[in-house]
Write a protein that binds this ligand. Structure first.
Ligand SMILES: NC(=O)c1ccc[n+]([C@@H]2O[C@H](COP(=O)([O-])OP(=O)(O)OC[C@H]3O[C@@H](n4cnc5c(N)ncnc54)[C@H](OP(=O)(O)O)[C@@H]3O)[C@@H](O)[C@H]2O)c1
Length: 327
């Protein structure tokens, strides 16, 4: 008999989640039936959407999330023991699956770490690849602003912008992130949005205006960036993390007049729009890593029992690059 450990949604988040909002419980799993296979979590992801989608999670339900898992027992010849997959199984250590479960198979990563399947070679990498290239349509020599630039999606967007020959203005919330973004990733400018002179500094580093804005944060930061847009600028609205802990009850300056005057194009997206092209994004990001054009960083937390700690730390901005938990 296998015992799974899982986190269930225990009390509704109010502001920043607390450790007691999720409860670690055990679940006895039944023996496998024909067609089923048992997976064990190897790495689990903590992502901002786990906070924004909380109102849709029932109390008592296993908390939502993805993991890289390994097949450890199988009664399904299509999924042998040893196979790795990325499954949207929630915050749990063991899961009984069948061919219809919600997963995709990890392709050959050619020696790159398995955990990358939750980041640059998975959902966040594809978010950056498709959400930036398809919506922003960057051209060489143009200026790109990316917020959340020290995180999983933003750090990849900025690097793809550099690969495409753009000038990159990276915005994030700590000097540690700034050092990485300028020192290692070679972005052109870094601004800390917590700086009291943020708006003036943004003006200073965008003398030719902004052509593309990849928005990971929303709120007033986004409204300020929009004041710098050039005519026919493109804005890819990826996330609104500045509002996730306060149910979006934040105030931001109106943007409609700017949109009209500058003839801007703003588009929100969900990365699964490009589900059919999923492995195109993964293989292009893998190629860029192998060519030394794309660097990747993770903030790794050890231990399944530390999932909530890792989740809170990510929401507080204590991750550099992708926040991942090693089970
Ligand atoms: N549309 C899609 O399909 C899709 C898919 C994946 C992700 N997303 C969105 O993309 C964004 C980035 O996701 P990620 O996985 O790459 O997360 P991440 O950037 O690795 O981590 C979240 C970051 O948000 C920043 N943050 C927290 N509170 C903030 C605030 N009040 N104002 C500004 N920044 C704040 C923190 O960095 P600082 O130190 O900079 O504050 C934190 O590190 C999120 O908004 C997420 O919801 C969308």
């Amino acid at each position: 008999m296998v015992k799974a450990r899982k986190f269930v949604y225990h009390s509704p988040f109010d502001g920043l989640p607390k450790e007691t909002d999720l409860k670690l419980v055990e679940e006895e799993l039944p023996p496998l039936r024909d067609g089923e296979f048992l997976t064990k979590a190897v790495f689990l992801s903590v992502d901002p959407y786990m906070r924004s989608r909380a109102p849709g999670v029932d109390l008592g339900a296993t908390y939502i999330g993805s993991q890289v898992a390994k097949v450890i027992e199988s009664k399904n010849p299509e999924h042998p023991v040893g196979e790795h997959l990325v499954g949207r199984f929630g915050w749990r250590t063991h899961t009984i699956c069948d061919s219809n479960s919600d997963f995709w198979l990890v392709p050959d990563l050619e020696g790159l770490p398995l955990s990358y399947s939750l980041g640059v070679l998975g959902m966040p990498g594809n978010t950056a690849y498709f959400g930036f290239l398809e919506i922003c349509q960057p051209k060489p020599g143009q200026t790109v602003v990316v917020t959340g630039a020290g995180g999983a999606v933003g750090s990849i967007v900025g690097q793809i912008a550099r690969i495409k020959g753009c000038t990159v203005i990276a915005i994030a919330g700590s000097e540690e992130k700034g050092k990485w973004l300028i020192g290692d990733l070679k972005f052109d400018h870094f601004l800390n949005y917590k700086d009291v002179d943020f708006e003036t500094k943004l003006e200073g580093v965008t003398p030719n205006g902004v052509d593309c804005y990849f928005d990971n944060v929303g709120g007033e930061i986004a409204s300020i960036v929009l004041t710098r847009m050039n005519e026919f600028g493109r804005i890819s609205v990826c996330g609104a993390v500045s509002g996730y802990n306060n149910d979006f009850s934040i105030k931001a300056s109106p943007i409609q007049y700017l949109m009209i005057r500058k003839q801007l194009k703003m588009e929100g997206f969900n990365v699964y729009r490009w589900q059919e092209r999923w492995f195109e994004g993964i293989s292009q990001n893998m190629k860029w890593i192998q060519e030394g054009k794309l660097q990747y960083r993770e903030t790794l937390t050890e231990g399944f029992h530390n999932m909530v700690k890792a989740f809170i730390a990510m929401l507080e901005g204590r991750n550099v690059g992708k926040a991942v938990v090693k089970a």
